[in-house]
Design a protein around this ligand. Structure first.
Ligand code: SF4
Ligand code: SF4
Length: 195
């Protein structure tokens, strides 16, 4: 059972505390705000990773991702092999006047083609300009911060482990080839060979 008037007392305590603090006004745009690196400012597109699977456009609650593509036939890479067809991206655009910055598109993209950038200074006087086409979305990629460092105790990611093993194997093969070449160069020539 709350004590009568305790709410009022708490409210007055908050008022008194706030009254004694200096107010702080950020002088934007003269002074840039210190935003956390993972702020949701704008979305960048890494086009090379996009397979035009359409998952992001389907899952976007605002239907503000526009994707156009066409199919292309890739000839067989081996004799007797089969031709393959692949999607080619024609248009990728996001309408930031509709986007609600939920991040679902980034979460669902299975190929790591979409990223958050903390950039937020892209206000426009014409609402149509808030639809960013693929070139502009690609430019935002330059402002995407690098991923945080891995936890030292974390397991090595599969891709990194595979790449490291491939490099080690190639280095061992190169070292063995160099050693064999050196040994061959040091072997004295036989008299028959000299004759
Ligand atoms: S952040 Fe949300 S609303 Fe914006 S494009 Fe992605 S899924 Fe759509
Ligand atoms: S989910 Fe990713 S790969 Fe699929 S269309 Fe969207 S950006 Fe491209």
């Amino acid at each position: 059972m709350p004590i009568p008037g305790s709410g009022l007392a708490k409210g007055l305590a908050v008022t008194l505390r706030t009254m004694t603090k200096r107010s702080h006004t950020a002088q934007y745009p003269e002074v840039q705000p210190q935003l956390p690196p993972r702020s949701r400012g704008v979305i960048g597109l890494f086009e090379e990773n996009c397979t035009v699977c359409m998952l992001c456009a389907r899952e976007c609650p605002d239907w503000c991702i526009y994707i156009d593509s066409h199919k292309e036939t890739v000839p067989a890479s081996t004799p007797g092999g089969r031709e393959r067809s692949r999607n080619v991206l024609d248009r990728f655009a996001i309408d930031f006047s509709l986007c609600m910055y939920c991040g679902i598109c980034i979460e669902v993209c299975p190929f790591d083609a979409l990223f958050w950038s903390p950039e937020f200074e892209y206000a426009e006087t014409d609402i149509h300009e808030l639809t960013h086409e693929r070139d502009k979305l690609r430019e935002w990629m330059w402002t995407v911060p690098a991923p945080p460092a891995l936890d030292p105790a974390a397991e090595e990611p599969k891709e990194v482990a595979a790449a490291r093993k491939a490099v080690e194997k190639a280095e061992a093969a190169a070292a063995a080839a160099a050693a064999a070449a050196a040994a061959e160069a040091e072997t004295p020539a036989t008299p028959e060979a000299d004759a």
